[in-house]
Write a protein that binds this ligand. Structure first.
Ligand code: HEM
Length: 131
């Protein structure tokens, strides 16, 4: 979100006109380095969120709450990455950029809740093991 805010404020949104890769393929270029970083961080975030959701659903110890928040985070991150393509395709249409920001906030909220639930779950499990 931080890098996205910079991309937007610095007017760098259309420096990389293709999707999903920039014209240089997987490699960065001075011309679109910041936008390339935004996509690299988005891809890494997406992979970590999907892995967290898979972990939450296959673990026998997970609570329903953590399964729901992590699944929602996966839905939002996939929507967000797809929306990124539309934002570029529609040449930074204001409505789409606003939705991109809104989904970013929802995504952040789900990731934060998942983390808080994971800490709470860890604490309760350690109390149960001690008792
Ligand atoms: C985890 C995934 C992502 C998150 C959380 C995210 C978040 C954000 C945020 C917060 C902004 C600033 C919006 C504003 O200031 O109104 C932004 C801007 C932008 N994002 Fe993303 N983004 C993600 C993925 C992507 C992807 C995959 C693409 C494209 C392939 C993309 C393309 C853009 C563009 C072009 C802008 C600049 C819009 C403008 O110039 O006004 N984003 N992003």
């Amino acid at each position: 979100m931080f890098v996205g805010g910079y991309v937007s404020a610095a007017g760098l949104g259309l420096t990389c006109p293709d999707w999903p890769l920039c014209p240089n393929g997987l490699l960065p270029d001075d011309e679109y380095f910041i936008e390339w970083m935004h996509r690299l961080i988005a891809a890494t975030t997406g992979a970590l969120i999907i892995a967290t959701t898979v972990g939450a659903w296959i673990s026998k110890d997970s609570y329903l709450k953590i399964k729901i928040t992590s699944a929602l985070a996966t839905v939002f991150v996939i929507t967000q990455i797809t929306l990124g393509a539309l934002v570029i395709d529609m040449k930074l249409h204001a409505v789409l950029v606003a939705i991109h920001l809104g989904i970013g906030v929802l995504l952040f909220a789900m990731v934060l809740l998942t983390t808080l639930f994971a800490f709470r779950m860890g604490k309760q499990k350690s109390i149960e093991t001690k008792a």
